[in-house]
Design a protein. Structure first.
Length: 112
C-alpha cells in the first residue's frame, strides 16, 4: 500500500471517529436542552472526557494525526481528516465550547 493510500484510510478512520465524538457532544447538548438526561448521557460524557484525556496525553494532538504525519507532511489543518479546513482548524475550540455548554445544561437539569 502506498503512503497516499495509507493516508486516505487514516483520514477515513479519523473522520469516522471525529463524527462519533461530534455526535456525542451534540447529544449531550441536546439532552441538556430538552431535559432528557439519562444514563446514556453520562456514558457519552465519559467517552468525551476519555477523548479529552487522550488528547492531553498526546499534547492536544489526536494520535491519528501523529500516525498521519508519517505518511504526509502537514500542509493544511485538514491533511489528516475529511473536514473543511476552517472546521479542522477550530475543531477543538468549537466542540469544547459546545461540550462545556452541554455539561452545564446537564448539571443544571440534574441538580436543580
Amino acid at each position: 500500500m502506498t503512503n497516499a493510500e495509507k493516508l486516505f484510510w487514516i483520514k477515513v478512520l479519523h473522520t469516522i471517529i471525529w463524527a462519533f465524538f461530534a455526535g456525542l457532544v451534540f447529544y449531550i447538548l441536546y439532552a441538556g436542552l430538552v431535559d432528557q438526561v439519562t444514563t446514556f448521557t453520562y456514558v457519552a460524557i465519559g467517552f468525551v472526557l476519555l477523548e479529552a484525556a487522550t488528547l492531553l496525553v498526546f499534547s492536544w494532538k489526536c494520535p491519528l494525526t501523529i500516525v498521519a504525519e508519517r505518511y504526509s507532511a502537514p500542509v493544511a489543518d485538514n491533511f489528516d481528516i475529511f473536514l473543511p479546513e476552517w472546521l479542522a482548524r477550530h475543531n477543538k475550540s468549537i466542540f469544547t465550547t459546545l461540550f462545556v455548554i452541554g455539561l452545564l445544561l446537564v448539571g443544571w437539569r440534574t441538580w436543580f
